[in-house]
Design a protein. Sequence first.
Length: 138
Amino acid sequence: MRQVTRVTVLLLLGSLSLAKTTQPIFIESYEGQEVNISCNHTKIATNEYIYWYRQFPNQGPQFVIQGFKANVANEVASLLISADRTSSTLSLPMAAWRDTAVYYCIVSDTVSQMGLHLCSIPCGVGVTAQGKPQRSAF
C-alpha cells in the first residue's frame, strides 16, 4: 500500500510597516508535487534584487535563490519573475518532508541584503504524513 504524504505550506504575513512584500496565508499540496509560493513586491526599486531564504527549526536562515529580472533555477528551486518585477514565484519542484521550513521573500539591494528585511515576511512550509495536517511551531 502506497503511503500518501501531504505537504502543508503555511504563509504568515509579516506585520512590519517597512515590509515591501506580501504573500498568501496558506498553500497545501502532496509530497512529490510542485509547490509554488507567490510573492508580490510592488514597491521594488530598480536596483533591488529578489531573494528567497528558508529557515529550518532551530537554525539560522539559509539562502535558497536570488534573481533580478530573468527567471533562474538551481538544484533546490526555481524563481519566476514577472516582466514588470512586481511579483515572483518560488517553485519547489518536488515537495518533500525535508522542505519543512519557514520561507522568506526579500527585496533588497546587494549592499543590504542581510539587513532587517530578512524577518519581514515569513512563510512556513510544513510537510505531514498520511494526510493529517499538523500545525508547526513556526
